[in-house]
Design a protein around this ligand. Structure first.
Ligand SMILES: Cc1cc2nc3c(=O)[nH]c(=O)nc-3n(C[C@H](O)[C@H](O)[C@H](O)COP(=O)(O)O)c2cc1C
Length: 311
């Protein structure tokens, strides 16, 4: 299939076994990106507060509502992080979402302050008492999840080994100003940041776009689209995917209408069209324009205008 993503790339083979852990970490973190950032507050048995960010983090279940993050053993010496030590003593956390407005303070909170140093103070963030758990929450974060720790699952004992902290959300605080009319966080208002490899971060707001969910009744698939279109130079996988998401090929009357409209617009054209001919290129450009406008049914009808094999 012709597609703007090249299929003749040269791949470097990579086997993590026997590689330095720092290299493995670098490659994984740079490739599995962007990752959302959890700002996690914990307390130890003495009630001393800790606050640290974790991008080995995501949501894994809605019933029960479960979040997992992973404070890994330090690569350099295998030592554990205060967050993990605290969770082993007091299995409660607050997981905060990190908007762009807080990213520098959150980065500061990741510095390796000695045990007992409260990163709320160091990062200049405000602690508010939580409702159901002991660790305080971060007032500046627009989404704060109070959680019980269900389980801590160590993945190894070496430097770089993760520790899955499996957390059940038992209560949450959602700032009204980031919610849409249905009470759900709106990505434009939430403006969360995410971590990539090295020092790279990304910011959701400004880079947002929507992809409608796959057709509930199963799209017809790229393989059901006309062969000339699948092979047309300049076609992208994204456009094929969008058209293949439509339910079925257009019926004959729609195709005829589209063909007549196209012929009326191009009276000098030589019909029937043949793949590779200038007329076919013009047809393709029109399909692109319609798809870009979101007129997908019209684009599909044009795509099914009969096109013969290349002469
Ligand atoms: C945005 C960001 C994401 C991070 N993600 C992780 C992570 O997922 N796992 C981890 O072990 N360390 C991660 N770190 C580093 C920890 O935050 C850092 O080691 C911190 O000092 C741990 O603090 P603690 O010892 O007080 O728990 C991250 C740092 C930043 C800035």
């Amino acid at each position: 299939m012709s597609n703007q993503v090249p299929l003749n790339r040269i791949f470097r083979e990579w086997d993590p076994r026997g590689q330095a852990t720092a290299t493995v970490q670098q490659i994984l973190q740079s490739a599995v990106a962007p990752r959302p950032v959890a700002l996690v507050s914990t307390v130890n048995a003495q009630g001393e507060v800790n606050l640290s960010p974790f991008s080995f983090f995501n949501v894994f279940s809605a019933d029960p509502p479960v979040l997992i993050f992973s404070p890994a053993r330090r690569v350099r010496d295998g030592s554990t992080k205060h967050t993990l030590d605290n969770v082993m003593e007091v299995p409660e956390v607050v997981v905060q979402v990190v908007p762009y407005a807080l990213v520098e303070q959150v980065s500061l909170a990741s510095a390796e302050y000695p045990s007992g140093v409260n990163e709320f103070t160091k990062a200049g963030l405000t602690a508010l008492p939580s409702k159901r758990v002991q660790p305080p929450r971060v007032a500046e974060s627009p989404v704060q999840f109070e959680c019980k720790v269900l389980e801590v699952k160590p993945l190894g004992q070496n430097g770089g080994a993760g520790n899955l902290v499996i957390c059940e959300v038992i209560y949450a605080h959602l700032a009204e100003d980031v919610l849409d009319a249905n009470g759900v966080p709106d990505p434009r208002a939430l403006d969360p940041v995410a971590r990539l490899g090295g020092d790279w971060y990304s910011r959701a707001a400004g880079a947002l776009f929507e992809v409608p969910k796959p057709n509930r009744h199963c799209g017809m698939g790229v393989d059901a689209l006309p062969a000339w279109l699948q092979q047309q130079p300049g076609i992208t996988g994204n456009l094929l995917g969008r058209l293949g998401n439509l339910s079925a090929p257009p019926d004959a009357s729609k195709i005829l209408e589209a063909q007549e409209r196209f012929r009326a617009l191009h009276p000098q054209g030589s019909f029937p069209l043949r793949a590779g001919d200038p007329g076919c290129y013009v047809l393709f450009q029109q399909i692109l324009q319609l798809a870009e406008k979101g007129a997908l049914d019209e684009a599909l009808a044009l795509a099914f205008v009969p096109v013969g094999d290349a002469s």
